[in-house]
Design a binder for this molecule. Structure first.
Ligand code: GCW
Length: 671
């Protein structure tokens, strides 16, 4: 073992109690997924309980893993239970078998059995003595995928964990063990799709030379139920097809995509489909030809339909020409087309309308397109949240968005309900991966929890972040309840802390220009106004904040009347979103009786103090875990504190040039 954190949450730590559950496993190992189940059980059993399981199809099994079509009629009640589950669901039950207690994992197909196995292993990692099971579970979303922003040259856009894990030069013949471990980790939380390269795509990925390599990766992932998707550059028919145009309504262009898709399926029979960024940040798209998003998406959708492939059409668009409020643009470009997208199109919407900020209100498109299928796009990589140097537990952010009530179909139409969609229809969640070539995969050991938590929420968008933090800690570090209690507390608070020391009270996009690391609220020399932080905070001598009410950009009108009223009225608008929706004077009196300027300083200071507290708490965790990972995290927390102070000092000093007020007494004065 090179380093413990390579094993992620699949540590399978040596257990102090015995359990013979893996002694004799009834499993048909002919199928490649069942073979993956076998490998996993062997590893887990040897590491946790120090024995190798026997795999057979008869005898006195201690664990039976069988599709329910293979179960005996006497096991009817379990069959019924499992039958009610969807195709990827599973049941785990302790049953009487030949007079002995036996654990049974059953599902409709082998992928369900794999998910059931990983679930059993999670339960055992948390409680190794466990013998009684009665679990039935199934994913609530169909597409649960990672989006890699990896480039073909090995760099990763917004990647902070080394370089790309895809070794294009050695593919297709060399299958790095890392690919398998990556697939195991994904399958263990139910992730079933991966878009291999950047949405700022390179058409070369669609050429046979690359498709051959992609097909080798698809083959490696297949036993783990993971489908491969590719980003499709809209202008590919010109760049690699020799056509003069990429106009989606041109017959030749449609034919080119049909042929291309047929070719792809020859290489990858279970290819997932295309992920497309079009007409956004300079990427080509249908608008280059006077067409719209529906024309573009449906053209690709039609090519994919004969093969049951899908299109993930991104809604992250904003144009060079309209810069009154970037937050409004996606809604204006998409909502008028509700109901026009083909059945196999998912519109992939970022959680908020600006761009993966530490905190954003939910995207107004959620609930606004009832006749279309919308899927969620989260960022797991921490572009705007301190890269992989800051400990930030993102499931807390994900959960906040999923729980938000859009009121679009009446009270209770939460974002989670909207993306879950109708039963049996296409639905999904994507996360921009934070994975790279670093030994620990994600740069920060705690960033692994964001990958894990994303997967758990994609499986069940209604899970609590608290549960996710606890089970991740138990599997990754230690089951000790003291440890789990204290460290889950700092995880759960970490997202609020980063909001406080970076962008409190609804401020946003004031990170340094281009790279987005560290503070940079001041003017830059970029031509586009919406790439300038001052566009977002609008600080002047009269006050600070973006007026998105009717007196300003009126972005609020894109929400349901209930939400527009709630955020628009200063009496009800939560402090967290104050400056997101309102421009207010520096001496605006807030609920605690203090003025806005003082509250800003107090928030920045609270953020800093909370990081200090994280450091002391982490110090107390020393006895519970290995020195190596303890030391790693301790060093990173030191960076985080230094930078929280940097944020506070830089922002408050800059904003003071407008407010002309002294720092509040609660705030430590910048050195
Ligand atoms: O967050 C912004 C990033 C870009 C990214 C873009 C997008 C891939 O700064 O790097 O491009 O969003 O989501 O398309």
């Amino acid at each position: 073992q090179i380093t413990k954190d390579y094993d992620l949450w699949l540590q399978y730590q040596k257990s102090s109690v015995a359990n013979d559950i893996f002694k004799n496993i009834a499993l048909n190992t002919k199928d490649e997924t069942n073979k993956a189940i076998q490998d996993e059980l062997k590893t887990a059993s040897e590491r946790m309980f120090q024995y190798s399981p026997t795999f057979s199809n008869s005898g006195n099994a201690t664990l039976i893993i069988k599709k329910f079509s293979e179960l005996e009629p006497t096991q009817k009640n379990i069959i019924n239970k499992a039958n009610a589950l969807n195709d990827e669901g599973f049941a785990i039950e302790t049953i009487q078998n030949k007079g002995k207690k036996t654990v049974l994992i059953t599902a409709k197909n082998s992928l369900g059995l794999l998910y059931g196995t990983f679930r059993l292993l999670r339960e055992l990692q948390i409680d190794p003595s466990k013998k009684h099971f009665s679990i039935a579970d199934e994913p609530k979303l169909k597409v649960r995928m990672l989006n890699h922003w990896d480039n073909l040259d090995g760099t990763v856009e917004r990647g902070y964990a080394g370089s790309s894990i895809w070794n294009w030069q050695k593919l297709p013949d060399f299958i790095d063990k890392k690919y398998i471990d990556y697939a195991r980790a994904n399958a263990s939380v139910g992730i079933n799709g991966v878009a291999l390269i950047n949405v700022n795509s390179n058409a070369l990925i669609l050429t046979p030379q690359y498709l051959e390599k992609v097909s080798a990766l698809a083959k490696a992932f297949r036993p783990y139920g993971i489908k491969v998707y590719l980003t499709a550059r809209f202008s590919a028919p010109i760049e690699i097809g020799g056509l003069k145009t990429a106009d989606p309504l041109n017959q030749e262009v449609q034919q080119w995509w049909n042929n291309k898709v047929n070719e792809i399926y020859k290489f990858i029979p279970d290819f997932g489909g295309f992920l497309v960024k079009a007409n956004s940040e300079g990427q080509p798209g249908p608008q280059n030809y006077g067409r719209n998003h529906v024309d573009g998406a449906n053209m690709m959708a039609k090519a994919l339909q004969p093969h049951h492939g899908i299109v993930l059409w991104r809604a992250f668009v904003y144009s060079e020409t309209d810069s009154s409020d970037r937050a409004k643009q996606a809604y204006s470009e998409f909502v008028p087309y509700d109901g026009k997208f083909e059945d196999n199109v998912l519109v992939q919407v970022k959680n908020g309308a600006i761009d993966f900020q530490p905190r954003e209100p939910f995207h107004p498109m959620f609930g606004a397109m009832p006749k279309s299928k919308l899927m969620m796009e989260y960022q797991i990589t921490q572009e705007y949240l301190g890269f992989s140097s800051h400990l930030v537990f993102l499931p807390k952010l994900y959960e906040e968005v999923l729980e938000s009530d859009t009121y679009k179909q009446g009270k209770g139409s939460t974002v989670a309900k909207i993306i879950e969609g109708k039963p049996n229809e296409l639905s999904g969640m994507a996360g921009v991966a934070n994975i790279g070539s670093d030994l620990n995969w994600t740069g920060h050991p705690f960033a692994q929890a964001n990958w894990y938590g994303f997967g758990r929420l994609a499986w069940n968008p209604e899970l609590s972040s608290e549960k996710i933090a606890e089970e991740w800690l138990q599997q990754t570090f230690s089951k000790d309840s003291n440890f789990v209690k204290t460290i889950s507390k700092i995880m759960l608070q970490s997202r609020e802390s980063v909001v406080k020391y970076m962008t409190p009270l609804g401020l946003h996009h004031i990170m340094a220009t281009n790279h987005h690391y560290g503070p940079g609220p001041w003017v830059n020399d970029l031509a586009r106004p919406e790439w300038n932080p001052v566009y977002y905070h609008k600080a002047d001598k009269n006050g600070i904040g973006f007026d998105r009410t009717a007196t300003g950009s009126n972005a609020l009108a894109q929400y349901s009347p209930e939400i527009a009223q709630y955020y628009g009225d200063l009496k009800t608008c939560p402090e967290e979103y104050l400056l997101w929706f309102h421009h207010l004077p520096w001496d605006y009196k807030m609920k605690n009786g203090k003025i806005l300027w003082d509250n800003l300083g107090i928030k920045y200071q609270e953020g800093v103090n909370e990081v200090k507290n994280m450091i002391t708490t982490w110090e107390s965790a020393k006895p519970y875990i290995d020195a190596e990972r303890h030391q790693e995290v301790a060093q990173l927390l030191t960076i985080q504190l230094k930078e929280a102070i940097w944020w506070k000092d830089a922002c408050m000093t800059y904003f003071q040039t407008f407010s002309n007020l002294p720092f509040p007494k609660e705030m430590e004065t910048p050195k």
